[in-house]
Design a protein around this ligand. Sequence first.
Ligand code: GLN
Length: 438
Amino acid sequence: MIRRLSTGVPRRLQDQWNVVIHSTKTKSQSPSPLMYAVKDNIATGGETTSCGSQMLDNYQSPFDATVIDLLNKEGFQSIGKVNLDEFGMGSATTNSWYGPSVNPVYQDEPHVCGGSSGGSAAAVAANLCDFSLGTDTGGSVRLPAAYCRVYGFKPSYGRISRWGVVAYAQTLDTVGIMARDIDTVERVFDIVDKYDESDPTSLPNTLRDQSVEQPKNYVIGVPLEFNVDELCTEVKQEWIEALEYLESQGHKVVPVSVPSIKSSLPAYYTIATAEAASNLSRYDGVRYGFSGGVGDFATTLQRSRDSLGDEVQRRIILGNYTLSSASGDHYKKANEVRRTLADQFNRVFSKKHCLLDNDNCGRCDALLYPAAFGPPPTINEFEAETRENFVNGYVNDIMTVPASLAGLPTITVPRGLGLQVSAQYNCDATALAVARLL
Ligand code: GLN
């Protein structure tokens, strides 16, 4: 299925990594300014958009996502659709109908790429393309970027259109960009950072922060709640060195506290699974998707939905429980945590939040903290841990879900094992500028 891509990377390696799951036929012979890979939950017209699922194995979208349209108008050329955790659910790209992708950075035993945009990170790390698109609901661009040692930028929620992006959890889903250098991230962001009337959550032009003017010296906050026991020594060391480096360059480093970071993981998994259960109810094998054949309605539906993988089925069950009266008010409580967290983040920044009206009195321009606890596990280690308890697969997201819940622009910088820079909502240019300093 994998075509030899014109990147000079041998087919043997491309097969071994299992990154490109559907390749794109070259549409034009004209030299293209940039080549890119697309996470297979972003619609590309007339091509397969499988979401890494047997359910959509043969599904072809009739249209391009807005983000693809914008890139193609620039003359950029897609190399194809890349692997992901089924419907974006996972942290390792091991939950795909097409099998796990292998991290190209590690030559010995196969290591995970991170997830769920593991194919997007691996494609960039392996030099198969200049940049890639991923989606980030709770860290799916930033964690694989750290594991594959590339840049991974999740813009503010609402800055890049979600039209044509298959919904996992719609209040969190954000299209992200991965590349080996920050110039490419900025160049691509500039192209896709557009208001889109097809996406009701697209941030209106009147609210978008257009200012590119940046201070000479930044105030960098260090959220103490991210200093968790699970961080390995190397990650802690790199975090400290980066902060010392920024200080030596004349920037100010200040400790800050965002107490609700500690409640983020359960709030995230409550909200994300509830939204997922609702979004995935459309896959019944009747209108489209894998069909369990002809029979009575209940049997056909059950057979069709059985084509969904274990993790997706688990989340549908969790989400439907949360949304049922049996759970009490879990969903409401999780959203209260989310709102408190957003307020607490807001209070550490000096710039005003364009959507929240409460005052912020902080002095930070940006926050700096690790993207992952340590290096990626091997695929065998990861699978053994999650078999023991599926929650083990969720724990790594502690570092990434808080910025998702608050919608903050956040970028993983491939320094050491990966550091994240977050800025105030809608101050995407600041996150990118601080990342550039590192
Ligand atoms: N690992 C998280 C999850 O499974 C994040 C996934 C994502 O950002 N798409 O929900």
